[in-house]
Design a protein around this ligand. Structure first.
Ligand code: DMJ
Length: 550
């Protein structure tokens, strides 16, 4: 009582000291007394968006230096590539900002986008489009715009849901057009005819047809129509059983699959392009839908990754995930795509189920394996930060080859500042990819360790410094990809990727937001959040696992 009284008496002094300290730490950390990190990130989003609105509104592809703009190859009609991918980021920023000017700007842009989706966007497009990219970006974007529109009461949510159903109906018929139920890689949205990949013997990328399930299942949940759910889950049975993934591959998968036979095509195993989100969607299906089958499949895969793919660099012992180009019994290549950097965040979520690490470690289900996953999550996220910190620009290249002290022929390769990795001449570009800041966002909220914010802020500042396009004689500017982030002066390329707005800036923003509950939402692979499904509703709608895997 006495103590309480004395604290009460000195309340305002304590508050004053705490706010001084907070301000000082904030200043030291981010060295910018004027705006908070969140406000800076909002501003960067709004700069990019204003430039797009002015110079390329409605187009799918925008080159900000030449101001060239066009739609997807083979199509004259827009898919909403940039607009639809960005709406939920604007809704999140609109909801969380404390700057009234930004708030008004976000609302205006959201409503303009909604109007465009309702009145201009028409998915009856007579062109072949990639099923995976369209699902994760467009269907995912529409579904999470629907979710936030309802949640935050912004605009008319039915616009997004209607469009999502129309698009999903056009995409879902692809599951019916191959003997195995594994879709070909593309489909014509007007004729409904699906088309095989024009290269790689017509094989589908393994990560592509195993990264449709969150979107399809969430749509089934919203519409009470189980078709999307059933179609999308059906790919797993032939894939797992006909290839004997659990025993022969220890849960790992080669990056190509023949969609007619469901058999793997080639032996190349990697966690980078064409392999990555196969693993991601196993865990995320469990987190979104509570289906334990997928947690078990995820577990097997993580064991396989640890057994076959994990290694350490010289001289600093950075933990990395290598590649097995010739199957799991072949040699481990020390090459790692930046894309692999999503894995730190995924492992952290898989270990904790989205709880703070201290709480997770006190749960009955915590065990040595989860502890080990957690350690790998931390180590790998540090490695990914090093991929930025060990370059002259402070930005990571697309692909690195870790220094593993073997006889690598490195004669024209660039060696990183502290010697842990090399970069080949053709891999020096940077597309403003999200994976590292994505993992930093997860690790921060699961630990509250400020180092993750510090690393994220450095990366953000380097993006702003090196990817900024400042138009002469005008105040406006935007941000673009880089041809080369290794050799100074940094060379820009004339291309903006929609995931800069959909993912990179969203994850950076959420890294600095204090109110993120990772037990309640699941991000699709394009950073579009869906709410965790309610078990009672699932039961009532009869939605659940309809397959078994042996
Ligand atoms: C995005 O389209 C998605 O994150 C996908 O899973 C991988 N590639 C890009 C971002 O790098």
């Amino acid at each position: 009582m006495k103590l309480k009284n004395s604290i009460f008496n000195y309340g305002w002094q304590i508050k004053f000291i705490v706010s001084l300290l907070t301000a000082f730490i904030g200043y030291k950390l981010f060295n910018n007394p004027q705006y908070s990190p969140k406000q800076e990130i909002e501003l960067t989003f709004l700069e990019t968006w204003a430039d797009y609105e002015l110079n390329a509104w409605g187009y799918d592809i925008y080159s900000p230096i030449s101001h060239d703009r066009r739609n997807m190859p083979h199509s004259n009609e827009p898919m909403g590539w940039i607009i639809v991918d960005s709406i939920d980021t604007m809704m999140i920023m609109y909801n969380k900002t404390d700057n009234i000017h930004s708030k008004a700007q976000f609302l205006k842009s959201i409503l303009k986008s909604q109007n465009w989706v309702e009145n201009t966007l028409n998915y009856d497009i007579d062109a072949e489009i990639n099923i995976f990219e369209t699902t994760i970006r467009m269907l995912g974007g529409l579904l999470s715009a629907y979710y936030y529109s309802e949640e935050f009461d912004i605009g008319n949510s039915t616009v997004y849901l209607k469009k999502a159903i129309d698009l999903a109906d056009r995409l879902a018929i692809s599951f019916d057009q191959s003997p195995s139920g594994i879709p070909y890689s593309s489909i014509n949205l007007h004729t409904g005819k699906s088309v095989k990949n024009h290269i790689d013997n017509g094989a589908s990328s393994t990560a592509e047809f195993t990264t449709l399930q969150l979107e399809m299942k969430y749509l089934s949940y919203l519409t009470n129509n189980s078709t999307y759910w059933k179609y999308s889950e059906a790919v797993y049975k032939p894939l797992y059983e006909n290839n004997n993934i659990l025993e022969k591959y220890d849960g790992l998968v080669p990056i190509y699959t023949n969609p007619d036979t469901s058999l793997f095509f080639g032996e190349n195993i990697r966690l980078g392009s064409r392999g990555d989100s196969f693993y991601e969607y196993l865990l995320k299906q469990y987190l979104l839908t509570h289906e334990t089958l997928y947690y078990n499949l995820y577990r097997t895969s993580i064991r396989g990754i640890k057994k076959h793919l994990v290694s350490k660099s010289s001289p600093n012992g950075l933990v990395y995930i290598g590649e097995k180009e010739h199957g799991i019994h072949g040699p481990l290549s020390p090459k790692m795509d930046h894309l692999v950097c999503f894995l730190g965040g995924l492992l952290a979520m898989g270990a904790t189920n989205g709880l703070n690490i201290n709480d997770a470690q006190n749960q009955a289900w915590w065990d040595a394996e989860r502890q080990d996953d957690w350690k790998l999550a931390e180590d790998l996220t540090y490695t990914c930060y090093q991929m930025y910190d060990q370059t002259p620009s402070g930005l990571a290249p697309e692909i690195v080859v870790f220094n593993n002290f073997t006889n690598l022929n490195t004669h024209n390769w660039w060696k990183s500042l502290r010697g842990d990795f090399y970069v080949k001449p053709l891999d020096k570009h940077n597309l403003q990819r999200p994976e590292t800041v994505e993992s930093l966002m997860f690790l921060y909220h699961l630990t509250k360790d400020e180092k993750y914010r510090k690393w994220g802020w450095e990366i953000f500042e380097n993006f702003r410094k090196h990817t900024k396009v400042q138009y002469e004689g005008s105040n406006s500017c935007t941000y673009t990809s880089l041809k080369n982030c290794i050799d100074l002066p940094i060379e820009k390329s004339d291309n903006i990727e929609s995931f800069w707005l959909a993912e990179t800036l969203k994850y950076l923003y959420l890294l600095f937001d204090d109110d993120v509950d990772l037990t309640q939402i699941v991000f699709n692979t394009e950073a579009h959040p869906f709410p965790v499904m309610n078990k009672t509703i699932l039961q009532k709608s009869g939605l659940g696992t309809g397959i078994s895997i042996h």
